[in-house]
Design a protein around this ligand. Structure first.
Ligand code: ADP
Length: 271
């Protein structure tokens, strides 16, 4: 006791007797903790030097004196790559926070319809001149018990993936509704789709179905790993269905018990 020993004990029927299996996970658990701490420390330590470098690149790039002209293309490259590195470090930190932070409130009363409106508006900006048709259908009376920041991360990751992996003029539908056995947030697109052999691996860190396309879209390869971890912390699951070349549906399935009735208009006016 007190030594953080992790044992897994199982009792199985074996002929006319019982077999007790005791597995010691202490060392494995310790190594996993070392890995998590290492990633957390590395990403934290990289943050400061990186922001200094980004700052200097911006100063150089802002200098519009003529002698800087020949270096314009180089500054642009430096800026692209340092922005990419910043996104990577931020995503690594988010992921390790999701693994390590224990005392987070997962019972905020989250106004999902309002949150999705904001995310849909951001998606229109991200979509830019791709002119995709982004629609939102949300059950206004349905809110969710969860962590506001983590849920925003989940939903915006799924929506920005839909924008990134759907060509010009594509259709993206965001929905929030209650089914017989779940509360469902889903994002459907008619984009590039995913080949079946990749689907089960997409939530692994740095796994990409198409490396080149993901990089071009500015992806870090960590988005769906973040989504999966954050959903686990809400007793929820990610379900992915896709047809290659036709499009995909990403669904977050929350247990019905997490649902709450949206406060009525009179209630909200009182506050
Ligand atoms: P990335 O930063 O590469 O987008 P993610 O973890 O968010 O990383 O996604 C992992 C991979 O899943 C992507 O590289 C892409 O191959 C695939 N993917 C995710 N969302 C979609 C989508 N809506 N349509 C097609 N492929 C997708």
């Amino acid at each position: 006791a007190g030594n953080n020993i992790k044992l897994d004990i199982r009792l199985l029927p074996f002929h006319d007797k019982h077999l007790m299996i005791v597995q010691d996970f202490t060392r494995l658990h310790h190594m996993e903790k070392v890995r998590q701490d290492f990633v957390a420390n590395v990403s934290h330590e990289l943050r400061t030097p990186l922001s200094v470098v980004v700052g200097y690149i911006e100063t150089l790039d802002d200098d519009d004196s003529p002698e800087m002209e020949p270096y314009r293309a180089i500054f642009w490259q430096m800026k692209q790559q340092s922005d990419r590195m910043t996104r990577l470090v931020e995503d690594l930190l988010t992921l390790s926070n999701l693994e390590n932070e224990q005392h987070i409130n997962h019972n905020n009363e989250v106004a999902v319809p309002k949150m999705l409106e904001g995310i849909a508006d951001d998606a229109i900006i991200l979509s830019g001149n791709k002119n995709q048709n982004i629609t939102l259908e949300a059950d206004e009376s349905l809110w969710l018990k969860g962590n506001t920041r983590e849920l925003h991360g989940v939903f915006s990751n799924l929506v920005s993936n839909a924008v990134n992996y759907t060509p010009e003029l594509g259709e993206i539908a965001i929905r929030w509704y209650e089914s017989d056995d779940h509360l469902i947030m889903e994002v459907e697109d008619n984009g590039i789709g995913i080949e079946p052999q990749h689907i089960n691996r997409l939530t692994e860190r740095f796994y990409r179905a198409d490396k080149g396309r993901s990089r071009d879209a500015g992806g870090t390869g960590l988005g769906l790993a973040i989504v999966k971890h954050a959903l686990q912390r809400h007793d929820a699951q990610l379900s992915i269905s896709s047809e290659f070349g036709k499009g995909s549906v990403f669904r977050c399935l929350f247990p019905t018990e997490r649902g709450i009735d949206a406060p009525s208009i009179e209630d909200t006016e009182d506050h």
